[in-house]
Design a protein around this ligand. Sequence first.
Ligand code: SF4
Ligand code: SF4
Length: 499
Amino acid sequence: MADYSVPEIQEDIQTPSLAVGTMEHLKPYPAIEKHMVPLGFPDKRVDNWQEKGIEKLGEMLKKYRSLQVYLDICVKCGACADKCHYYLGTKDANNMPVQRAELMRSVYRRYFTPAGKLFPGVVRAVDFDEEALSKWVTYFHQCSQCRRCSVFCPYGIDTAEITMAAREIMDAIGVGHKYSTEIICKVHDVGNNLGIPKPALKGTLEFLEGDILENTGHEVRLPLDEEGADVLLVAPSADFFSEPHIQSLMGYAKVFHQAGIRYTISSIGAEAANFGMFIGSFAQKQKIAKRIADQARALKVKRIVVGECGHAWRVAYSFWNTLNGPFDFLDPRYPVPQHICEFTYDLLQRGALTMDKEANDQYVVTMHDSCNVARASRMGEKPGGQFEIPRALIRAACNHYVEMDPETTHEKTFCCGGGGGVLTDELMDLRIAGAMPRVTALKQVMKKDKVNFMALICAICKAQFTKILPMYHIPMETVGGVHQLVSNAIQLGAKKGIV
Ligand code: SF4
Ligand code: SF4
């Protein structure tokens, strides 16, 4: 394994002393022609990139009034400064949200404000030159678009939106990010982020059916491309191939089986993830999301249920209707979209599912709120449903549950460190450092309450933590999905209530 530097975990999350540029060297791999061109971006950095970049910023200021407001109204109060996990983990001042946004604000002032045009030095306006672009490439890829900073900003400035805008500008001048653009190409070519072809997907689903039959004695189906099913299940593709994700997929299947609700997975629309958000592209976000709406129509389903994937839920809940709505071809009695936790919780409320909590008695469980679910969406009918519904499922499936430090959960949750398109090996140092606040809070309850399982509802959180926790001497099996716990506890064949 490469030699990574892992922060020392303290008793509490400490605000570090300031350092400048400690992470300036850490850049994402640049996107290549074969991934840029199919997405409608230039094959390489265009010759007149400065002019084009400024022109694009101007377009975006007109299109997104929020961006202009966020660039104008910051009073440099500093309330957000110590709220970013990447600043806390890396100590780099440019990872303070206010400083990150300043990389764009200083360029904005130079070209779009009278003072910046006339007296750039006085108002700290800077040219969009090589040095500025280099910092953009670095630090706008050291933001996971998690929105934690916006919770603490008295003006509600959303630095995640500034990051998305910066990435959109960079794409437009041919300076893309290899990891995200490559994945989006796989979605368009094959149908999912991992590039799993239909025969492999079918084989996996059949294998899992056999596995569940062997372990439970029940014929639980994982159907593919079945026209006329009631529900289209859209899960992150990691659920089909990665551990512990696959345990949650089996949990969803058991819930559908026990409730007697016919569902299907779609080979073309198997992927819930939408990296269009990570590169800040409305057009790509729309195109990726359209596959799901098209598949729901083609398969003639009545409902769409989204699996455990944080940013997929953010896109589905917050943007689907704008991107591809209206969804008036679906059954109006159900929300569009519906989260798998919401779906299972509803069945539980109506007595359609029975749980044996003792099946999870080996665990003392805590819950990590995924940032995209916590701060960029909701779940269910009531405010705060995105926090309460997953917890209600955990409590229904387990006897032992404790919360982590409230300063690190619910809307104040910390990102896992791998969100927003940074879940890539070349940014491993950032991922390790960014996980430090969550690891600190987890270690606190491991010590105090003997916690040995952290429940998640995000595929990226699962991938990030299984890789990073062992570096902090925590076993990777400590994390798993909420539906992994449901899968363990659900009583197949139990008498049903009303479905
Ligand atoms: S959105 Fe999240 S990652 Fe980005 S600056 Fe704010 S706290 Fe940091
Ligand atoms: S909290 Fe808001 S206003 Fe204060 S420095 Fe941060 S972004 Fe600016």
